[in-house]
Design a protein around this ligand. Structure first.
Ligand code: UDP
Length: 328
């Protein structure tokens, strides 16, 4: 039987597909190529063990057919990136909530293991450090578009966990913290590929706000290894699990690090949030994962540090120069 990866042409999805193919699995990928790209999978399609279906996970009939053929489902299809969420809130909500509902219905029908990639955005504006899976979520006002993403993903989590409670459908919910690596595009707002592109092109590196907000960046390869192990871990079923890296850096510090590692002479400039995202934007000051649960479950420990992450993004963008990655 095949494994179904929704959103398999996206940044994280395509890394997951590579890893699953390397393990000898056959894959079905459903991706509408909205934020994912065919290029992310082009070389894999030649392997004949990957079948790409270009469609949306809201297509319940198609999802039903694919889930029936699959032995397990990684559900990654989702709108991603703060920029996209702010620019296209209707699409964000519909694709996240509707897509997960249709995939979960089919998984429940055929009793297929289901892994949902949720997000650290779900913690919202909480100020606790670090964030643990059972912490309260602190959402902003519904008039602030950013929170539609967190609320939609939280609803996905509720729905997945409800299937576990009601019928013991094997579901695993992972909350991905900022995940970075080769082939990630900065066009939906992600800061690391954005800064690297600016630095390589000699453009100003744009730090939003005062730059004292901080994040923890995980290498996509560390994240993929965790996803693969969690799918096979019986104790992970019915659980919400953080995945990321807990090495924290301010965004200003990140800009300086990118500038150094690229050898760029770009100036670092501060841009007010209103100018970057429009009026009424809420940002999180700190976002650090508590990784003790995933460590206890599968012995997870991030292996790749921030410098390696930045170097890999630099190399990927340099390789892609003139090609797709030129848009990064
Ligand atoms: N950010 C920035 N300059 C950019 C893009 C993002 O200073 O060109 C900031 C953004 O405001 C946030 C942090 O970098 O504080 C991480 O942003 P990203 O969109 O990558 O992820 P998230 O906000 O979801 O953590």
């Amino acid at each position: 039987m095949s494994i179904l990866v929704t959103g398999g042409a996206g940044f994280i999805g395509s890394h997951l597909c590579r890893a699953l193919l390397a393990q000898g699995e056959d894959l079905i990928v459903i991706d509408d190529l909205s934020t994912g790209t065919y290029d992310n999978l082009a070389e894999l399609e030649d392997s004949k063990r990957l079948r790409l279906i270009v469609d949306n996970v809201n297509n319940a009939a198609l999802v039903d057919e694919c889930v029936r053929e699959a032995s397990a489902v990684y559900h990654l299809a989702s709108a991603v990136g703060v920029r996209l969420i702010i620019d296209q809130p209707v699409r964000t909500i519909e694709s996240i909530v509707g897509g997960t509902e249709s995939v979960l219905k089919a998984c429940a029908r055929y009793r297929r293991p289901f892994l949902l990639t949720s997000t650290s955005e779900v913690y919202g504006k909480g100020s606790k450090v670090p964030f643990s899976e059972n912490d309260d979520t602190v959402m902003g006002a519904t008039s602030t578009r950013r929170w539609s993403y967190a609320c939609a993903k939280a609803l996905d989590e509720f729905l997945a966990l409800a299937h576990w409670v009601e019928s013991k459908l094997p579901v695993i919910v992972v909350r991905l913290f900022n995940t970075v690596g080769p082939r990630q595009t900065g066009q939906y707002g992600m800061v690391v590929p954005g800064f690297v592109k600016q630095a390589l092109n000699g453009q100003p590196i744009t730090v939003y706000g005062d730059g004292q907000q901080s994040r923890c960046f995980a290498h996509v390869q560390d994240v993929i290894e965790a996803l693969l192990q969690l799918m096979l871990c019986p104790q992970a079923r019915g659980q919400v699990i953080n995945i990321g890296n807990n090495q924290e850096i301010t965004i200003l510090g990140l800009a300086e690090r990118v500038k150094k590692l690229t050898g760029s002479s770009s100036p670092i400039v501060k841009i007010p949030y209103d100018q970057a995202y429009g009026e009424g934007f809420d940002d999180m000051r700190r976002r650090v994962p508590d990784l003790s649960k995933v460590h206890n479950l599968i012995g997870y420990q991030p292996k790749r540090d921030l410098d390696q992450i930045i170097r890999d993004v630099i190399e990927s963008q340099k390789k892609g120069a003139g090609g797709r990655n030129a848009e990064c």
